[in-house]
Design a binder for this molecule. Structure first.
Ligand SMILES: [Zn+2]
Ligand SMILES: [Zn+2]
Ligand SMILES: [Zn+2]
Length: 981
């Protein structure tokens, strides 16, 4: 551009040139303009209208997983919602009907905790009201933040899991589970947070390193056991040795496991007789810093029916029992079993008829049932110390130390978990083959990226049940009545339906208001104990059940939605959370999976690849990223990560996104700046009258356009980022647009050559604006304001480039890899006749020809560049080029076909090359000459010289002219015409 902007010839011809003009700013003024765009969309009611757009067409349903209504959105939310928005906007522009209902997850512990931290509430009902207000506040905040990101959803009609109607649906869903006999209530050892005082789901457990005591404890065999094992040692203390990192569980011990078919040994250490596995003996001797003296070898079968004294609880002996999973690499190969406080111990206890002994209360304190009076009321944390002292006092502590190991923690309060046996409500995954059906369903769901299928499968394999109950206030109640005497639970379908109907009208607060008498049949007696007194259960449903049934509450309850959804798109932590709870509830309620495709995205990480978290102090907020990139920049950033990978927020990544954005923006700005005097309907040149270069530009646009369509269709967002960036920088800026500047600026403003270039610029700009609208949602709205002369609708209510614009180029191109569904009207291949497809195939060969032309052009450019480096020329227009082509070269035939096609369009080869190389003159010689130099392209010989003649002050081309003003023939004509006008 710059070569025409300053002219040093004395006379200025600037006014006679068609220099670019536009109001489209070079840089986006995001902080100021983006909020204005949101305001404009609000005024145009775009959010709602977009969701109604294309009504009657094939529906495309993305079901929005509800974020938690707690706090401002972070960059992870921004990333995810932007991906969803790119998906839905692109489908809408393909011609689908795409109603998107956003949702929020409102119940649960974090809000209840937050609200109770602020102040104490007199009643449950008041607390629930406060939770409602708190959640609603954040729904409103987050809604505005999402709008600010240009995200188009039906914001005025969201679904909230705390809406009474939604709450009613949750209860009704529980009823369906109950009716289909998936629900059980039983004592179970469950992961428990003593701080939050609730049972935790697997998804709510995090592993962190923690320091714990690591002790080796002796369980002395009973006299009788010693006599049966080896009578020689009768009267001696002979102990089996166990290892534990949770001393507080020792009072709850009910058995010791040994490994079957394994050799154990009796060793003498520190004047003690100890039994351990042969494989562990050296390690144990080393711990004791004693030489290993093996007294006896014992086959593990001999342990059958033996018992050992508890190390400190009086009058208690426990059995030795076989268990194949006992690990020989850890501890001693004897394992302490406390069925009331360990999940595997629980299963083992059930199998072996052990007492599920769990005298631990909600707060993690020993209850009055504990078999050591001193422990009553003590927290299990304090119990650790007490137990170690006690074991030591009984001379049963063999060795004690501390270790650092990964221990399960509560994800909310970050405190270490305990396990305790409690009465809980479960969904049995073995019932009616639910788990197997879920695994089959996963196999049928399209997973993007595909590798996530295994991960999803792994979260379900081996899972036995889903614990549905929580002990909270801010949640949907499990409608049941408990016998005050024996804890029998009264639940019937009548009860559930009654409660569901009332909750749907009045919210969960109904459960607190309703009296037991009004829920129980008159004169009802407990079938177990004949008691007549009942209380309402204060258990609430797992929030994953709440959000898991959103397909039932939203997709089925809304005539504009559909079941199953086309797409669920969430983070990788949702395989064991929302994806799973949605799948299981879908299978139980509807008998099929609620989604056809699952897209799994990664977590936002910092430049070191560390997941953003408050504790690492590496969190970037959505606002911070917006300040750096602007809305469109943020959206482009979201598209830049390969799906499934972790999107990085770092200086390098941000600079790269800014650079690509700048290229795209500059290219679009250039295109729009060339169209100020162009009216497509009046001025466009038909495809057949375009030059070979113009035709090629449209063909390559089609190829790129098709790649982008396929990328949207396959959720390959990073391909959109990379393909667009390369197309703008390489195909357009460095090639086509560079070449046509001369025609655009210099040629007669209304001449065919200039109009042809403008026609192509228009088609490219239009196609590019539309295809980029799902990502660069604000910039494309502004651009279309400028170039669409009669624009009546937002770009987001328009379609991808209509066929007629580009059809001619389309037929001249082959479809590339990737597919676009037949519903998409902008997928021309599906609509082509066989003859048109043949035409397409013929043009595949043309791409090869263009590859040749690019190679030859590069060989020329290299020679010109050499002259520039030598200082012979400054600008390429100061050069003239002569060349010779060896007719025996392998590519000669292809070259000739190109020359002939040019001639068909009335173009002379040397003129075409002159444009391609941006030089003043190109001449072809039919024989070689010693002054020709060999080029990097075999068979092409070139001579580059300084152009002869004078520099035209208007176009800067060199030519032989007699004119006193120095104008070249072309410019002289144009200037004369302009003066004559
Ligand atoms: Zn907790
Ligand atoms: Zn009872
Ligand atoms: Zn000129």
């Amino acid at each position: 551009m710059s070569r025409h902007e300053s002219d040093n010839s004395g006379v200025s011809y600037k006014d006679t040139l068609n220099l670019p003009r536009t109001d489209f700013p070079i840089r986006a003024n995001s902080q100021q303009d983006d909020p204005l765009m949101v305001e404009r969309w609000e005024k145009e009611n775009l959010f709602e209208r977009a969701c109604q757009h294309n009504e009657g067409a094939v529906r495309f349903i993305l079901h929005d997983g509800p974020p938690y209504a707690n706090g401002n959105i972070h960059v992870g939310h921004a990333y995810q919602k932007t991906l969803k928005d790119i998906i839905t906007k692109s489908r809408r522009m393909m011609g689908y009907h795409v109603p998107v209902i956003p949702g929020w997850d409102c119940h649960g512990l974090p809000i209840e905790l937050k609200v109770t931290q602020e102040r104490a509430y007199a009643s449950k009902k008041e607390l629930q009201q406060a939770c409602r207000e708190y959640a609603l506040h954040w729904v409103n905040v987050q809604r505005n933040e999402f709008k600010r990101l240009g995200i188009i959803m039906d914001w005025e009609h969201p679904y909230l899991t705390m809406d009474p109607s939604y709450e009613g649906t949750v209860v009704r869903s529980f009823g369906i589970f109950f009716d289909k006999k998936f629900i059980t209530r039983k004592t179970k050892t469950v992961p428990w947070c003593a701080t939050c005082q609730t049972v935790l789901a697997l998804a709510e457990i995090e592993y962190h390193d923690r320091k714990d005591p690591s002790i080796f404890v002796m369980f002395p065999l009973t006299e009788e056991s010693i006599r049966s094992l080896f009578p020689v040692y009768a009267g001696e203390k002979v102990s089996v040795l166990i290892w534990t990192t949770t001393p507080w569980t020792l009072p709850l011990n009910r058995a010791i496991q040994y490994k079957p078919a394994t050799e154990y040994v009796l060793v003498q250490l520190k004047e003690q007789y100890i039994i351990v596995a042969r494989d562990c003996a050296e390690k144990i001797a080393a711990l004791a810093k004693e030489p290993l003296i093996i007294r006896e070898k014992i086959a593990s079968e001999d342990f059958a029916n033996l018992r050992a004294h508890h190390p400190f609880v009086e009058n208690l002996s426990v059995p030795l029992l076989p268990e194949p999973t006992v690990d020989l690499n850890e501890g001693t190969a004897f394992v302490h079993v406390a069925p009331g406080v360990g999940p595997q111990d629980y299963e083992f206890g059930i199998r072996n008829n052990l007492d599920i002994y769990s005298p631990i209360d909600e707060a993690g304190k020993y209850t009055a049932d504990i078999n050591c009076a001193e422990l009553i009321g003590l927290s299990v944390h304090d119990g650790q110390e007490w137990v170690i002292k006690r074991v030591s006092a009984e001379k049963n502590l063999f060795h004690g130390m501390t270790i650092k190991h990964a221990y399960p923690h509560c994800w909310r309060c970050r405190q270490g978990l305990i396990f305790r046996a409690t009465q809980q409500w479960f969904c049995e995954l073995s019932h009616n083959d639910l788990r197997e059906r879920a695994l089959t369903a996963i196999n049928d769901i399209a997973m993007v990226p595909e590798v996530t299928k295994n991960r999803f499968t792994a979260t379900l394999e081996g899972r036995l049940e889903w614990c549905l109950s929580r002990q909270r206030v801010w949640g949907v109640p499990i409608p049941s009545l408990l016998c005050t005497q024996c804890d029998y639970a009264y639940v019937t379908m009548e009860l559930i339906c009654h409660v569901a109907d009332h909750i749907a009208a009045k919210g969960i607060e109904f459960w607190d208001d309703v009296t037991v008498e009004s829920l129980l049949p008159a004169g009802y007696q407990c079938p177990h104990c004949m008691n007549t007194s009942f209380v309402k259960s204060d258990n609430t449903l797992d929030v994953w059940f709440d959000s898991g049934v959103s397909h039932y509450a939203v997709l089925k309850n809304n005539p504009d939605q559909a079941y199953p959804a086309n797409v669920y798109c969430e983070g990788k932590d949702q395989h064991r959370a929302w994806f799973q709870s949605s799948l299981l509830t879908g299978l139980v309620i509807e008998g099929s999976a609620p989604m056809r495709t699952i897209i799994t995205h990664g977590f936002t990480v910092d430049e070191r690849g560390k997941k953003m978290s408050k504790s690492l102090n590496n969190v970037t907020t959505s606002d911070e990223l917006l300040a750096m990139l602007g809305t469109d920049g943020l959206r482009l950033w979201a598209s830049s990560t390969e799906i499934g990978g972790d999107p990085v927020v770092s200086d390098v990544v941000i600079r790269n996104v800014q650079e690509v954005f700048r290229k795209i923006r500059n290219t679009c700005r250039f295109l729009v700046s060339t169209l100020y005097d162009f009216d497509y309907d009046k001025d466009a040149i038909s495809f057949n009258d375009l030059s070979v270069l113009d035709q090629y530009a449209l063909q390559s646009l089609y190829v790129v356009h098709h790649q982008l369509l396929s990328a949207y269709n396959e959720y390959d967002f990073s391909a959109i980022f990379h393909t667009t960036g390369t197309y703008c920088a390489v195909d357009l800026s460095a090639f086509y647009l560079d070449i046509i500047k001369d025609r655009l600026y210099v040629e007669s403003h209304n001449g065919k050559k200039r109009r042809a270039a403008q026609t192509v610029c228009f088609v490219i700009l239009d196609a590019l604006t539309r295809i980029l609208a799902p990502v660069l949602s604000f910039m494309t709205e502004q651009l279309s304001d400028l170039y669409q002369k009669n624009k009546t609708e937002s770009i987001h209510l328009q379609h991808f480039a209509p066929l007629e614009w580009i059809a001619q180029a389309v037929y001249a191109c082959a479809p590339h890899e990737g597919t676009v569904p037949p519903e998409c009207a902008y997928w021309p291949w599906a609509q082509m006749t066989a003859g048109q497809r043949d035409e397409v195939i013929r043009f595949v060969a043309q791409q090869e020809r263009w590859d040749l032309i690019f190679a030859i052009r590069n060989a020329f450019l290299k020679k010109i560049e050499e002259q520039r480096e030598k200082g012979m020329i400054k600008h390429s227009l100061e050069a003239q080029v002569t060349f010779f082509i060896d007719p025996t070269a392998s590519w000669h035939e292809t070259w000739i076909s190109f020359v002939k096609d040019g001639e068909k369009q009335g173009e002379v080869l040397c003129e075409i090359l002159k444009q391609f190389l941006i030089v003043s003159l190109v001449k072809q010689e039919l024989s070689s000459h010693p002054s020709f130099e060999k080029t990097g392209w075999d068979g092409l010989w070139v001579q580059v010289k300084r152009a002869e003649g004078v520099k035209c002050p208007r176009c800067w081309h060199y030519c032989m002219t007699e004119r006193p003003d120095g104008l070249c023939g072309r410019c002289a004509e144009i200037v004369k015409d302009r003066v004559g006008r």
